[in-house]
Design a protein around this ligand. Sequence first.
Ligand code: HEC
Ligand code: HEC
Ligand code: HEC
Ligand code: HEC
Ligand code: HEC
Length: 374
Amino acid sequence: MKLKNLFLIVGLMTSSFAFAAMHFEKNQKCSECHPKIYEEYKTSQHGNSTVFDDPIHGAVYDKHPMKNKMQKYRCAKCHTPTADNMEQLLRPKNGVIPDPHNETQNEAIACAYCHRITDIMPGKAMDTNVISKDMRTYFTRSSQPKESSFHTIKTNTEVFKDAKLCMGCHTHKSNKVGFDVCSTEKANMSDTNNCISCHMPQVDGAPSILSKSKKHTFHGFPGLHGDLSLLSKYVVLDFKHTKKNFTVSVDHKATHSSTLHPLRMAKLVVSIEREGKIIKMKPKKLLKVIGNAKGASPKPTPPWLADRIIKDTRIPANTKKDFNYDFKVKSGDKVTATFGYYLVKPKALKKFKLKNNKDATEFKIISKEIFLVK
Ligand code: HEC
Ligand code: HEC
Ligand code: HEC
Ligand code: HEC
Ligand code: HEC
């Protein structure tokens, strides 16, 4: 064997062992032919998941002991998955923190990243996405893919089935002591009712400038941050009353709990209008509190110190929950029920210095109904 070839083989071996940096086409490139999808994506949390663009992620990372000790940026795997120095960012005691001047660390959850996922590898701390090697081959579930001059389109029905593609980052994430700080259940998900059908519905407009289709798959990924109107139909409010009291029910039709991230809080607000006066009921707060029992009794902690669930009042997947009010309504009363969320529990705002952040403090309404008592 010639010396040159030997070097080549050794070179290939070492690079594959050292997880050669993967390269991805830029989001900006996709915008040239998929302008509508790009616009939607740019305002979504997938388009703003980096430590530089998401002030809430930034605020939590700022308090994280790994940042303060410049240990490693473990968050990169899901929040900045196309960073060209991923291996370095994930290495223990790496001595680096995310770099705002590194272009690849500003690409968030890139178009090309999602569209190159071919499989998911289950893991204890978190799952891992398997990314195809070819920079310009993107996957579709369609059995008769269309053509593009810029990239190849290949069929991979398996990765879209039951929205497997979403699970690599969303199933679970555990901390150092193996406690799952965040997880997404998939109760009764099917090929027609899953992460993609609810969070990526079909909306008006062509998928590309070269397409004649009238509809495309929405890439704004509605969630607690943005416009909740596309999700309202999955949170249905109802009202019942007896002579003595009344009940407001929340039919939560999602395949996962009413909030997922432990920072969140949901709230049901009910008021009654009677003869021009407003009578307010005590709000029902729904949340999951995580923490540990290092002190005298269990207390809430940030995710990295938690080893247990202290309290969980969230509405489970596909569940209708009744909330009872010990109040006599009478004919003519107008009962207003409002269900919504806080991105950050009011109690955690101070700890993460988010008191002045509008997005973190705002009550985001998903459903509101007015019931007239006959
Ligand atoms: C030169 C134009 C062009 C550019 C640039 C481009 N695409 Fe496309 N893309 C197309 C065309 C044409 C189609 C065929 C379907 C259609 O007309 O909408 C397509 C289809 C797709 C499909 C859908 C396949 C399906 O039918 O389900 C995906 C996914 C995709 N592109 C991803 C990307 C990503 C990611 C980028 C950026 C890295 C990108 N494209 C850049 C032209 C382009
Ligand atoms: C296994 C993938 C994964 C890893 C690793 C990960 N996250 Fe996340 N993170 C997510 C997902 C998925 C969401 C969205 C969850 C939701 O909204 O319920 C999220 C959301 C968040 C949010 C809420 C952001 C907002 O704007 O409301 C914060 C804060 C956060 N992550 C912090 C971190 C920090 C800090 C790290 C690293 C120490 C980290 N995450 C590592 C997957 C991950
Ligand atoms: C039947 C519709 C439906 C399906 C299926 C569904 N969701 Fe949701 N999702 C919702 C609704 C409604 C909300 C608003 C919060 C709530 O009440 O659950 C939501 C909220 C979220 C949030 C924000 C929660 C938070 O705490 O910030 C994330 C992240 C999310 N969904 C991801 C997923 C993923 C990943 C899947 C697939 C495993 C999925 N969803 C499946 C309807 C759905
Ligand atoms: C979080 C993962 C994710 C990201 C990020 C993402 N996509 Fe998609 N995209 C999907 C999924 C899943 C589908 C398929 C939906 C379906 O089968 O109905 C899809 C569908 C498409 C399609 C076909 C649309 C249609 O209506 O036929 C195109 C084109 C596309 N994506 C381009 C892009 C571009 C361009 C970006 C960035 C601006 C992007 N995607 C970002 C997950 C993603
Ligand atoms: C590469 C990892 C990754 C993949 C793959 C992924 N997500 Fe996410 N997703 C995240 C992270 C990280 C966040 C939180 C970003 C933030 O707020 O900083 C998030 C946030 C969300 C949100 C919440 C948006 C909001 O307004 O709070 C929804 C909904 C969501 N993802 C749905 C999906 C769906 C549907 C898929 C599959 C098509 C998917 N995700 C695939 C990492 C991922």
